[in-house]
Design a protein around this ligand. Structure first.
Ligand code: NAP
Ligand code: MG
Length: 498
């Protein structure tokens, strides 16, 4: 059912939304869930339902896995590598051609500013596909100089097979692109499960994949909830799981994949330290740190959520950040004047609000925000950018991933101390350093236990550069050659020449 927000949608986006209830893409067909279940996706800027979407169950997972297996053994498996490149590029072109509609669907379903979706999410999704579109013709084996006489030994790389890909709601289309691009480049087939909060752009992606001409069964789209995700993980018809989401669910998925000896990659949470050194360009550090935490309303696994500032500069940095936070334009995603949208759901609103309350209860001071923001009941799920001082390392808000617009700022004395405190976390996804001193920058970068270290910037991402976590932030890497390898098996072939 259309909501009031759909009035500002383009004809294309409105037509898509009104085309619901949306179905599952299994093989060549869009079909209802086997048991007929559906769920509503909600606009977090209003709290109103957007449309109905099919809720896939275990039976649908098996049907999709069969379609994906047939494609692997059929047309897709037999297609020359260059053919895969062509199709991936065609899909990238179609996303680009439909970028306005896709940006609007993201803004409607996720709440993110339509301007950001149009400038970041959609072009980055395209860039990711284009990077991996270059790979199929470069996947090479090796000849191995073994010690056996009269032996010819070589390796070939083969696709892992049918992949179950489970993604979160924070960057819906972009996360879909991060997952499908390397899988398709490697020659795998896949079943994509978007988050229940944000299914729309994945459904549109499925339509565009059909238009691009992918053979049936290569890309299957199953909307649903955690139960659908668990059915993918449990299915013995699926060879690999790729997951992005919470560390809690990631642990469970990793354990189950271990039992089944299914390939698995996990991109999980973070509580990322952002360190401003005394010799930093303070103005740049304030600007970068502000975006580093509040971008996407703080709903990013690599958000710079723990800020460390040398004690002599602490007040300057905190007042600069607080001033910017108070001026921030928080509003509906489809409003082009919005800088930060709502959080994605009522559940997330309550979760983030409870962290803010816990900070206040434990004695921290909110120098910006801290009031929870808008109305979690009935209206949109708005939370103002919040900045806490008076925080100790053991407080819940300093230890747990909040995944909302909440920053904790803490003073430090010297470099050894800050390196130790920065690493004192279960997570290890990202870390940042602001300094003009090259030696300080690289010495500290070596000490930080994180998959990405940003120096004088925050959150830089490129399809060619590996991204992923140490410790509880995950297993494996997204992007680059590393993620291609995660979709390939190595086969060693021995030939006696006697
Ligand atoms: P989540 O539960 O980990 O969800 C991520 C994805 O996994 C969704 O598609 C979800 O489906 C699916 N899922 C849930 N339970 C599953 C299970 N048992 N087996 C297989 N798949 C399952 O995350 P969330 O509940 O949406 O968010 C909670 C917290 O996770 C956030 O506050 C944040 O701390 C963290 N998070 C991290 C990232 C990241 O990028 N690393 C992204 C999102 C959230 P449904 O959503 O449809 O239930
Ligand atoms: Mg939604």
């Amino acid at each position: 059912m259309p909501t009031t927000a759909t009035e500002s949608l383009s004809d294309a986006a409105r037509k898509f939304v009104e085309g619901g209830p949306h179905k599952l893409l299994i093989g060549a067909d869009w079909m209802e869930a086997a048991d007929g279940r559906t769920f509503e996706t909600v606009d977090p800027s209003t709290g109103e339902a957007i449309c109905e979407v099919a809720q896939a169950g275990a039976e649908d997972v098996e049907r999709a896995a069969q379609a994906a297996r047939a494609a692997l053994e059929g047309k897709w498996g037999k297609m020359p590598a260059a053919g895969r490149s062509l199709l991936i590029n065609r899909l990238a072109d179609l996303i680009e051609e439909n970028s306005e509609e896709l940006a609007q669907l993201e803004a409607l379903d996720n709440g993110k500013p339509v301007t950001i979706a149009g400038a970041v999410d959609i072009p980055q999704a395209v860039a990711h596909l284009r990077y991996y579109a270059g790979w199929p013709t470069k996947i090479e084996g090796e000849t191995i100089p073994v010690s056996w006489p009269n032996m010819f030994t070589y390796t070939i790389k083969e696709p892992v097979g049918v992949c179950g890909q489970i993604i979160p709601w924070n960057f819906p289309l972009l996360m879909a692109s991060w997952k499908i691009s390397p899988a398709l480049a490697a020659g795998c087939t896949l079943i994509l499960k978007p988050a229940e909060q944000t299914p729309l752009s994945a459904i549109r992606l499925g339509q565009l994949a059909q238009e691009a001409g992918f053979p049936e069964g290569v890309i299957n789209i199953l909307t649903g909830d955690g139960e659908t995700g668990a059915a993918l993980v449990d299915s013995t018809s699926i060879d690999k799981i790729a997951f992005t989401g919470s560390t809690e669910v990631g642990r469970r998925i990793g354990a189950r994949c271990g039992e089944l000896l299914k390939r698995v990659t996990l991109e999980l949470g973070g509580k990322n330290p952002n360190i401003i050194l005394p010799d930093a360009d303070v103005e740049a550090a304030i600007k970068g740190s502000f975006q580093g935490i509040y971008f996407n309303t703080g709903q990013a696994c690599n958000a710079g959520s723990r800020l460390f500032v040398q004690k002599d500069q602490f007040d300057t940095v905190v007042s600069g950040l607080a001033e910017a936070a108070k001026k921030a334009k928080v509003g509906p995603g489809l409003d082009t004047g919005t800088q930060f949208g709502p959080v994605v759901s009522k559940e997330q609103y309550e979760r983030v609000s409870s962290y803010i309350e816990s900070g206040l209860e434990q004695g921290a001071e909110a120098v910006a925000g801290g009031n929870g923001g808008g109305n979690g009941d009935g209206g949109g799920y708005f939370i103002n950018p919040t900045l806490f001082t008076g925080v100790t390392d053991d407080m819940k808000i300093a230890r747990e991933e909040i995944f909302g617009p909440v920053l904790v700022a803490m003073p430090y004395d010297d470099l050894d101390e800050v390196a130790r405190r920065a690493n004192d976390t279960d997570y290890g996804l990202a870390a940042g350093i602001w300094t003009r001193d090259v030696a300080n920058a690289h010495n500290l970068a070596r000490k930080l236990k994180a998959g990405s270290v940003y120096i004088n910037g925050w959150g830089m991402v490129d399809a060619a550069a590996p991204f992923g976590g140490y410790k509880a932030s995950g297993i494996g890497r997204e992007m680059g050659h590393a993620n291609l390898d995660a979709y390939l098996e190595v086969k060693t072939v021995w030939t006696s020449l006697k």
